[in-house]
Design a protein around this ligand. Structure first.
Ligand SMILES: Cc1cc2nc3c(=O)[nH]c(=O)nc-3n(C[C@H](O)[C@H](O)[C@H](O)COP(=O)(O)OP(=O)(O)OC[C@H]3O[C@@H](n4cnc5c(N)ncnc54)[C@H](O)[C@@H]3O)c2cc1C
Length: 339
């Protein structure tokens, strides 16, 4: 019989993030489907409140490593704590959410415990009594179903693939696992991060707002970059949407053209960019060419604003195409949002 250990660590504010709660649901479901033993392993500065939060999730045992050294994510300490949890719980399957903290250490944990790892898995299932994972390859173009004989099998779960666990809290008796802080040459001095409103890639936003090269093209005889910037940032500010871009627009800077300063290649959506998972998307001044639209694979509600009634979005790629000037549309939308 399989034994599943779900590894979890808190966010910097000490709580479990959405990805972690989704992994709880996925792990509990897999355990039920396989008839497996389900255990939870938590590591961090203080983890008992998190065990209590998950008391009703169906786990038969909780293991905990609590130490001040785990207050901040760091490979050396996190990997040692997670490996100690795996050794204590002796699982055949180790699950973890693909948060940056867990994704960074899971391959190392597999190596330390003699296991194998598969990362960014989007589905877990039980087939003929055995666990099967679904994982995407070649920039999300091909999905593969895989199983492994090697144990422990370490698996990180991509975000957005299960409903977050929301069961009632209770009291969980967590077994404290001994942990020796490994020698480390790294000292954490603090966190230097951009202000929340300077960060325009927001995976948890309700809407993906995509900008295309049209924003930088001559409009009524003139390039209107400043106006474009203020319309785009005004909309993002009011809606807290996530910003995406076409390749043409982010490439312009490298070609010496005028650019929108808040865009980088990190914003590029598409075949050679990212594949965001927002439910809704709004494309503006973007032609909707196939290499861009493949990045919209997971976006199910799509709208676009384009001057060209025969652009790519009109060819079955959007639910609604507004044939209009995006400058005028976004000015009106921003005014309505200010209300
Ligand atoms: C191998 C390969 C990989 C690629 N990978 C990617 C990728 O990952 N991501 C990606 O985005 N592209 C990718 N591309 C490029 C892709 O094919 C397109 O060239 C690109 O997406 C076009 O960007 P765009 O729509 O912003 O620009 P354009 O094609 O220049 O379109 C601009 C649009 O703006 C509209 N417009 C102009 N002014 C206004 C206005 N005032 N109001 C409303 N609409 C207006 C125009 O009608 C036009 O449709 C790739 C190409 C190749 C060959």
């Amino acid at each position: 019989m399989e034994t599943i250990l779900l590894l979890l660590a808190p966010e910097l504010d000490g709580t479990l993030g959405k990805n972690s709660l989704e992994a709880v649901t996925a792990a509990a479901t897999l355990a039920t489907d396989l008839g497996a033993t389900f255990k939870v392993g938590l590591f961090g500065k203080t983890v008992q409140p998190l065990a209590d939060q998950l008391a009703g999730c169906g786990a038969e045992a909780f293991f905990a490593v609590s130490d001040d050294a785990l207050g901040m994510p760091r490979y050396a300490t996190d990997a040692a704590a997670a490996a100690a949890l795996v050794q204590a719980a002796a699982p055949s399957i180790v699950l973890a959410p693909a948060t940056s903290r867990l994704a960074r250490i899971l391959p190392g944990v597999a190596q330390r415990t003699g296991g194998r790892v598969d990362t960014f898995v989007t589905e877990l299932a039980a087939e003929n009594g055995a666990p099967v994972i679904t994982r995407w390859y070649y920039r999300q173009r091909m999905a593969a179903k895989q199983s492994r004989a090697q144990r422990p099998w370490c698996i990180s779960l991509a975000g957005g693939c299960a409903a977050p666990y929301a069961g009632a809290a209770g009291q969980a008796a967590a077994t404290a696992v001994p942990f020796a802080v490994p020698a480390s040459a790294t000292r954490i001095a603090g966190v230097d991060a951009p202000a929340a409103d300077a960060q325009t890639i927001r995976p948890d936003a309700q809407l993906l707002f995509v900008t295309g090269a049209g924003w930088t093209k001559k409009q009524a005889g003139a390039v209107r970059l400043e106006e474009a910037s203020s319309l785009i940032l005004g909309f993002l500010d009011a809606t807290q949407s996530s910003l995406g871009s076409t390749k043409s627009l982010v490439d312009l800077g490298g070609e010496g053209h005028g650019v929108l300063p808040f865009l980088s290649h990190m914003h590029q959506v598409g075949q050679t960019g990212s594949t965001p998972r927002h439910k809704k998307g709004l494309a503006t001044c973007c032609h909707g060419e196939e290499p861009h639209v493949v990045g919209w694979r997971f976006i199910t509600e799509r709208r676009a604003v384009n001057l060209d009634a025969s652009c790519g979005w009109a060819q079955g790629k959007a639910d609604v195409l507004y044939v209009a000037d995006a400058f005028a549309v976004m000015e009106k939308v921003n005014a309505l949002l200010k209300g």
